[in-house]
Design a protein around this ligand. Structure first.
Ligand SMILES: [Zn+2]
Length: 367
């Protein structure tokens, strides 16, 4: 499907990495209220509203047109995540667009398709669990001691697994015991009475509220991966949050350059997909018109023989103008139709036993 309003496509974006629970809840409510027709992407790092038309909200970052599609593709591919290439954010983007239709759906399809392509041609080899590696590198704590993971959601599970792989003795504290966990489990309310740990990682979701350090066992390193922040504690040598990791990442020239290369590549793929969706629609409409013209020419030559008294140019003009009237709207609509609808529509015109008047474009150019 063609995105006619592409120049009006827009992203309003907030970084939420340093938000505390109350700020995060307020920001989310504000963004959703200010963008009732948009798809809102919510992840541990961002709140981003994607939609069409001008918006005068106070978003610190607004991107438009093709660049907004590239931005969405980069978010979906994990290129904007602290752990480059982490896969969870793809699910968060798909969730945001699950009810989208029309051009909003088409824009999301181009972006998600481009993100998938980038992921298939790039080996990232990392997932959110590697946030633990990054936090350890930023601290003086060596892997291999004791690790307490708060939370047993997707992030908590990845951190617990990564901790075990790094040689930590892992304890998981959550409201409910995860079904297939092999780690020591304690109920979240009992966590404060546990003995000291080398590292404590907070992976609790938005309902958890903020935890004061005195409500935690003592630890050499506190890592806050919560959304919003889990710990009411200032960043420092013994306390690292996602915002600190983002800052650290931004200071590494190689990492920044690699992200820039990946964004450029996504731009190429998005441009390719936008161009091919335009060609597909035009070629479908063209094939339809060509098919009708073949039929008209066959009938014309028959009429000329049947009615030699009628001037040939009159027959030509009458049939042409009649068909032009009939075909004008269907042709225009065909250029905007979804590929599946185009195929079914064209199939109605195929003579019995013959293929529809358009061949599928090669898979490599399909959006
Ligand atoms: Zn806005």
């Amino acid at each position: 499907m063609l995105i006619h309003s592409l120049p009006a496509f827009r992203a309003c974006a907030w970084s939420t990495v340093s938000y505390r629970a109350t700020e995060m809840a307020a920001a989310r409510a504000m963004v959703e209220a200010a963008h009732p027709d948009d798809a809102v992407v919510v992840s541990c790092q961002r709140l981003e509203a994607y939609g069409f038309g001008p918006c005068n909200c106070q978003a610190p970052d607004q991107v438009h047109g093709r660049d907004a599609i590239v931005r969405l593709a980069a978010v979906a591919a994990g290129v904007e995540s602290v752990v480059l290439g982490e896969a969870q954010v793809m699910g968060q983007v798909r969730l945001a667009f699950k009810d989208a239709s029309g051009e909003l759906r088409a824009a999301a399809d181009v972006a998600v398709g481009a993100a998938r392509r980038l992921r298939s041609e790039t080996s990232f080899g990392s997932h959110s669990g590697h946030l633990l590696d990054k936090a350890l590198r930023m601290s003086t704590v060596e892997p291999g001691g004791t690790l307490l993971v708060l939370g047993a959601g997707a992030m908590g599970n990845l951190i617990a697994a990564r901790g075990a792989a790094l040689g930590f003795t892992v304890t998981v504290a959550a409201r409910r015991k995860p079904g297939d966990s092999t780690h020591t489990f304690v109920e979240l309310g009992h966590a404060p009475s546990l003995p000291p740990f080398d590292v404590i990682v907070g992976c609790l979701g938005s309902g958890a509220g903020e935890i004061a350090p005195r409500a935690l066992p003592t630890a050499r390193l506190l890592v806050d991966l919560g959304t919003p922040r889990n710990f009411n504690v200032l960043s420092g040598p013994g306390a690292i949050a996602i915002s600190d990791m983002l800052e650290d990442e931004a200071r590494r020239p190689h990492a920044t350059a690699r992200r820039e290369r990946l964004r450029r590549r996504l731009g190429e793929v998005v441009d390719e997909r936008l161009a091919s969706s335009a060609t597909d629609s035009r070629s479908a409409a063209g094939a339809f018109r060509a098919h009708v013209e073949v039929v008209r020419q066959e009938e014309l030559s028959r009429y000329r023989k049947l009615h030699p008294d009628v001037p040939a140019e009159v027959l030509d003009r009458v049939t042409q103008s009649l068909l032009e009237k009939v075909l004008h709207l269907p042709t225009a609509r065909l250029k905007d139709a979804e590929p599946d609808d185009v195929r079914s529509f064209l199939a109605f015109f195929a003579p019995a036993g013959e293929p529809a008047p358009v061949a599928d474009p090669p898979p490599s150019v399909r959006a």
